[in-house]
Design a protein around this ligand. Structure first.
Ligand code: MG
Length: 330
């Protein structure tokens, strides 16, 4: 079967060509059609690249959510020639990069952390300059709508806060959200508010963001106000060699592209996952994850330390000129 352009196959299907980028090379698959399934494309790519189908992550389908291997191409928005990107490693490469037993054990002790393999700061640097990811940020700037819920004060810096495990333990059981709030939360927000505009960015949906803030009393406290909130839709995924696939991250460039008064000089993002700083390695403050609220409530002083640190930063001209790596050393 020829695959030059659109052509009807015997079953009335349309022939499709796929050009798939993987590790800098382009691979072409020409003999599939709208009656084929995603899994068949993966088989073809496996033959071409040596990456087993279950290791492949295909990016670029115009489809709500990730299509399964059984999804027909007729159910995905397609063109005669479809450009995709593939992420995945060959078995021998995976074996060569496999973690040692020691690393596995260390990782399993914090298995629900999602940040099992922390990314050293020096390895984070190259990603934030890659054109592919900067393009994604531009698209978010165009498409994502930031709704201000309270006016901004242009002469103050911007503090962007993660929610889960940063100031809220979302995994423990409780009868009220208050029980799961990190100790000193209100005191922290009240103290930093005169110095910073406060924004929230969570990797969940906006409905959850609003519900949590509401339950924690953060939308109605007269001592401070939250200026705006961002959710998972403002995030981008980036691929980093050796980190096991795509990582979701929070690019501050989305905010800077939309609200021009903010930049790397006057913004910090506080988060318990370092990978959220991938696109802005100089503007992230990694906080210890807050978990097991009922046990740790009595002793957790992280927000008191953070208050002190942010107060000390408030007079700095360029927040990206300072390394925040060891912010919590007293
Ligand atoms: Mg978090």
């Amino acid at each position: 079967m020829s695959a030059s352009g659109v052509e009807a196959s015997s079953g009335g299907d349309v022939v499709l060509t796929f050009k798939v980028k993987w590790q800098g090379k382009e691979y072409t698959v020409e003999h599939l059609h709208t009656g084929s399934r995603v899994g068949e494309l993966k088989e073809c790519l496996s033959d071409l690249t040596g990456v087993q189908p279950h290791r492949q992550k295909l990016i670029g389908f115009k489809h709500k959510g990730v299509p399964s291997d059984d999804t027909l191409f007729s159910a995905i928005k397609h063109q005669p020639v479809n450009k995709l990107m593939m992420v995945g490693s060959r078995e021998d490469d995976i074996a060569a990069a496999a973690p040692t037993q020691e690393q596995v054990e260390a990782a399993s002790s914090s298995a629900d952390d999602e940040d099992v393999f922390d990314i050293p700061e020096d390895e984070m640097a190259p990603v934030h300059k890659q054109a592919m990811f900067l393009d994604k940020i531009s698209r978010r700037v165009e498409q994502y709508d930031i709704k201000l819920v309270n006016p901004l004060r242009d002469d103050r810096k911007l503090l962007v806060l993660d929610i889960d495990c940063t100031f809220f333990d979302h995994r423990s059981k409780a009868t009220t959200a208050q029980e799961l709030a990190r100790p000193h939360l209100q005191e922290f927000l009240t103290t930093v508010y005169p110095l910073y505009n406060i924004a929230i960015w969570s990797a969940t949906g906006m409905k959850w963001v609003q519900t949590k803030l509401q339950e924690l009393g953060m939308l109605s406290n007269p001592a401070y106000s939250i200026s705006f909130m961002l959710d998972e839709l403002a995030m981008i995924s980036v691929y980093i060699e050796g980190q096991g696939g795509l990582l979701n991250t929070k690019p501050l460039g989305v905010i800077w592209g939309k609200l021009k008064q903010f930049s790397q000089k006057n913004t910090v993002l506080v988060d318990d996952l370092r990978r959220n700083f991938l696109m802005n390695p100089r503007n992230g403050i990694k906080i210890k994850a807050f978990k097991h609220a009922h046990v740790n409530r009595a002793t957790d002083r992280e927000l008191l330390k953070l208050t002190k640190y942010l107060v000390s930063l408030a007079s700095c001209d360029d927040l990206s000129a300072i390394s925040h790596r060891h912010w919590d050393r007293e």
